[in-house]
Design a binder for this molecule. Structure first.
Ligand code: 13P
Length: 330
């Protein structure tokens, strides 16, 4: 099985990347725009971006941008958060269909019903949402976390309150372990981190003696149990930079991350842990997020040129803004 990276009907005409890069640089000036790129988009987009980073850094960087337009190369919830935190700016994203399996796993109406159920039982709780959620979900929550600030935010939740953590059950379970707080976990997961199998990782370790496993906390528990270093994208990047001795790292996260690792710590060898299809045991290229892969240099150029697609302001963004600002900026 391979995940659909380009949907039928989408044009895929080859254009010289160097021409595209020049065009993008010109359009950025003409349109007064800055480009933000998450570590999970293609390396060539990271290289033309004004800001690159993890979800936390990019959300904070967005508030410092001085241009009138932000182009967010990532997935929809990232562009949406950028708009929420910067209502006066125009926020464009290269592909409106770049979604997120985690955000999809927690529809706002279902969350609302579950929260009402808990309240009816007399439970006193705060809802803590991973930033990988829609704005409608954010507007129903008390706190927003990224992998970069989760432990710190959980510490801010009053001890006499329970925590409902949405939507990533694996990140939630990991946070229960590091924080010592018990949580009610929403049963969502990331389609990319879910495909790493214990057999694939053990096989990769056997084939690479002396290698070190680094993994994102969105991975399931059995993967994290044999991981040497667990951290979000920026924490992993800092870690590989701190290791001076040339090392082989087995990387259990979205494979585009390796571009940033190679740039930051070129002394090392980075091997993506393969995904495995559970039913057949075959390896697959599913450690590439099909949503992140929707971002291409062509689409970055086109969205600058056409000033579209744009994230439009919605009424419920106001409530989501209060939660995002309190969680990420204070
Ligand atoms: P971080 O950038 O916080 O590590 O999160 C990765 C991610 O889930 C992007 O969708």
């Amino acid at each position: 099985m391979s995940l659909p990276v380009v949907t039928p009907g989408e044009t895929d005409t080859y254009e010289d990347p160097l021409d595209l890069i020049n065009e993008i640089d010109e359009l950025k000036k003409e349109k007064d725009a800055s480009i933000m790129a998450h570590f999970y988009v293609d390396g060539d987009i990271q290289d033309v971006a004004d800001y690159t980073g993890d979800s936390l850094k990019l959300a904070r960087d967005c508030t410092q941008v001085t241009t009138g337009t932000i182009v967010f190369a990532g997935v929809h919830f990232m562009g949406e958060s950028a708009k929420i935190m910067n209502p006066a700016k125009r926020v464009l994203i290269p592909d409106m269909l770049a979604g997120c399996s985690l955000a999809d796993s927690c529809p706002a109406d279902q969350l609302q019903v579950f929260q009402e159920q808990l309240r009816a039982e007399g439970r006193k709780f705060d809802t803590v949402a991973y930033i990988n959620t829609t704005a409608a979900v954010k507007s129903l929550c008390d706190w927003i976390v990224t992998s970069g600030n989760a432990a710190e935010i959980i510490d801010r939740v009053p001890k006499d309150r329970e925590i409902l953590f949405v939507p990533d059950q694996h990140l939630g379970r990991y946070l229960m372990e590091v924080s010592g707080r018990k949580m009610i976990l929403w049963p969502g997961s990331c389609m990319v981190h879910e495909v790493f199998s214990i057999q694939g990782l053990v096989r990769a370790k056997r084939n690479n003696p002396g290698s070190v496993v680094i993994a994102h906390p969105e991975c399931p528990q059995n993967i994290l149990e044999i991981t040497d270093f667990i951290g979000g994208t920026e924490k992993m990047r800092q870690h590989v930079m701190s290791v001076k001795e040339p090392t082989t790292f087995l990387v259990a996260t979205e494979s585009a991350m390796i571009h940033a690792f190679q740039k930051s710590a070129p002394q090392h060898n980075f091997i993506p842990v393969p995904g495995i299809i559970a039913s057949t045991g075959e390896t697959c290229a599913c450690n590439r997020c099909p949503h992140m892969a929707r971002n291409t240099l062509q689409k970055v150029r086109d969205c600058l040129k056409n000033e579209s697609p744009e994230i439009e302001w919605r009424d419920y963004f106001q409530q989501a803004r209060a939660v995002l600002d309190k969680s990420l900026l204070k």
